[in-house]
Design a protein around this ligand. Structure first.
Ligand code: SAM
Ligand code: DTB
Ligand code: SF4
Length: 310
């Protein structure tokens, strides 16, 4: 796999927009059907009271966001949601929990959920925070397909966003997941007050991993009242599309997911993201705690664009 250098990535960010999009789209076509989109549905099994201080997050116990805390969900609730996700065209069901990392009892409960969701013929993904090596191995044994754990931003910007864990902690979990043979889902967020160089460094870290993540979610910050990042400068849509294009060029065979923030984007911006190489998104009217365009709105958009779900 080609190793990228920061200068090369910055040059991509600097290209004229049309040249960048043409290059990204050409690479996209060489590796994927440009009219296909993969859909995942999220479900939060444990909401709020998270001990981490991620300064963008509605679920951190450090900030007063007014979010209603909820205990761990029952398996039957999970299966109901998974069934609906499948019926609505999702190929993957992603279970999230607001933990620093799972306790062993919690992990057993999640493993039961993963096994049952798999039996429905859905791909499984979980995002539970930091993992120990043995926990990653247990999840692999249970048949888990993907583990989501984002680096969120560049290494140098990271401690301005989160101080309760380090960038290195995040990389260590990603290594455990990868070593266990689980597909890695890893990306970040734009709109955290980062510079273009931070965006380039974030993508560079992902692209230069031993095996680049098979799934790369690119989120746009959804500003949550009560969090330190509420009121931060919003991301320019052209800059967002550029970032998608650069991600596609650096990681030609990964699924680049247009993730959080679509409720703030026009259909035209989303269409340009798909042209630039995004070929996956979240389906359904809710992400973990925040809003997402609903099924009807997305169905209309995909129909207009002639895109089909895989
Ligand atoms: N607690 C686990 C963790 O942090 O890994 C799993 C859930 S966490 C909510 C998953 C990811 O969602 C975060 O790493 C972050 O990239 C993204 N995210 C969280 N809140 C967001 C927001 N308000 N806007 C955009 N992305 C967000
Ligand atoms: C990812 O990168 N984005 C998803 C998923 N991985 C877990 C989560 C987005 C969360 C948006 C804010 C919320 O719903 O609270
Ligand atoms: Fe907790 Fe994850 Fe939110 Fe950070 S992003 S506060 S770890 S739920």
């Amino acid at each position: 796999m080609k190793k990228w250098h920061l200068e090369e990535v910055l040059e991509l960010f600097d290209m004229p927009f049309n040249d960048l999009l043409f290059k990204a789209h050409t690479i996209h076509r060489e590796n994927f059907d440009p009219n296909e989109i993969q859909l995942s549905t999220l479900y939060n099994i444990k909401t709020g009271s998270c001990p981490e201080n991620c300064s963008y997050c509605s679920q951190s116990a450090h900030f007063n966001t007014g979010l209603k805390k909820e205990p761990l969900k029952e398996i039957k609730d999970v299966l109901e949601k998974a069934q609906a996700a499948k019926a609505n065209g999702s190929s993957r069901f992603c279970i999230g929990a607001a933990w620093r990392g799972p306790k062993d009892g919690d992990l057993d409960r999640v493993i039961e959920m993963v096994k049952e969701v798999k039996k429905m013929g859905l791909e499984t993904c979980v995002t539970l925070g930091l993992l120990k090596k043995e926990q990653a191995e247990k999840l692999k044994e249970a048949g888990l397909d993907y583990y989501n754990h984002n680096i969120d931003t560049s290494e140098s910007h990271y401690d301005k966003i989160i101080t309760t864990r380090t960038f290195a902690d995040r990389l260590e979990t990603i290594q455990h997941v990868s070593d266990a043979g689980i597909n890695v889902c890893c990306g970040g967020i734009l709109g955290l007050g980062e510079t273009v160089k931070d965006r380039a460094e974030m993508l560079l870290t992902l692209a230069n991993m031993e095996t680049p993540p098979k799934s790369v979610p690119i989120n746009q910050l959804m500003q949550v009242p009560g969090t330190p990042l509420y009121g931060a400068d919003s991301v320019d849509p052209i800059d967002f599309i550029r970032t998608i294009a650069v991600a596609r060029i650096l990681m030609p065979t990964s699924y680049v997911r247009l993730s959080a923030g679509r409720t703030e984007m026009s259909k035209e911006v989303q269409a340009l993201c798909f042209f630039a190489g995004a070929n996956s998104t979240f389906s359904g009217d809710q992400l973990l705690t925040a809003d997402n365009p609903g099924l009807n709105e997305d169905a209309l958009m995909f129909e207009k664009l002639g895109m089909v779900r895989i």
